[in-house]
Design a binder for this molecule. Structure first.
Ligand code: SF4
Ligand code: SF4
Length: 267
């Protein structure tokens, strides 16, 4: 990697909330541009260059057009980093993966669903399912979350530039939650995905703010289902009651697909 590596940001299907988190870093973003050369960042600048070493990719891959763009980014970059749940685990976009695509189109687009039949419209190339970047190309690193945590983003890029290993942390959100001394949501009569969700970057902020963990950082590696079952039993919660929560962020992750061939486009 060069002394001041060239960095580019790309967005696919998503709300661009992760890029917004990065822009909101304000002063720290100015520190960042002292050590990297940002050559492409549509949300923040009009210039664009295809000459970069590190590519940050946000959003899911949901069309043939997305896939072709992603492959081009991959071939240009030495290091590709997925940021946010949509890019790392297909996130909320993958809620559709287990549903009838015809009904999904009608529900989302109404009469405009007919655009899927129009060869001149971008929707013409839509895939039935949403995929994370890693389903199609090698991804060196990930920054999880919905949206990502700005501090975690800075930490990971600092580690990368210093030659460290910015791999994903692999402990449950419950660990962070205990450090924050939160009252467990199960004690409040609510459910929580914290026992099997990857912590280490969000500081259990949702629980700290009075909500619960919805699993946006993805599952820990080898989640201990037995221990989670024990927690659910202790609080008289069935896994059936949690189906919708498992679906919100984990639809792709629970049934991961790595298509050898590009998926067929849906008309
Ligand atoms: S991961 Fe969340 S914040 Fe990022 S693009 Fe997707 S929906 Fe938006
Ligand atoms: S509130 Fe959730 S994350 Fe916190 S300890 Fe309880 S189960 Fe774990």
């Amino acid at each position: 990697m060069s002394a001041k590596p060239k960095v580019a940001f790309f967005d696919f299907a998503g709300c661009e909330g992760d890029q917004l988190e990065i822009i909101n870093l304000e002063d720290r973003l100015l520190d960042l541009v002292e050590v990297v050369d940002i050559v492409s960042f549509r949300e923040a600048m009009s210039e664009h260059s295809d000459d970069y070493e590190i590519a940050f990719v946000e959003g899911s891959i949901t069309t043939q057009h997305d896939l072709e763009r992603l492959e081009k980014v991959r071939s240009n970059a030495d290091i590709l980093i997925a940021i946010g749940a949509c890019a790392t685990i297909a996130g909320v976009n993958a809620i559709r993966n287990d549903q009838d695509f015809e009904k999904v189109k009608e529900r989302v687009y109404g009469e405009d669903a007919e655009l899927f039949d129009d060869p001149d419209a971008e929707l013409f190339e839509a895939f039935e399912k949403a995929y994370p970047a890693q389903a199609f190309v090698d991804v060196e690193y990930q920054v999880p979350g919905c949206p990502i945590d700005g501090d975690e983003f800075i930490q990971m890029i600092t580690l990368l530039l210093e030659g460290g290993d910015p791999s994903l942390p692999n402990h449950a959100v419950c660990v962070d939650c205990k450090i924050e001394e939160n009252t467990c949501t199960f004690e409040r009569g609510e459910t929580c995905l914290g026992p099997i969700t990857r912590g280490g970057g969000c500081d259990a902020t949702c629980v700290t703010q009075g909500a619960r963990c919805w699993g946006c950082r993805g599952m820990v590696d080898n989640p201990d289902d037995d221990v989670y079952e024990e927690v659910l039993q202790e609080y008289d919660v069935t896994t059936e009651q949690l189906v919708n929560e498992f679906t919100l962020y984990w639809s792709w992750e629970r049934n991961p697909e790595y298509p050898a061939e590009p998926p067929e486009v849906q008309q």
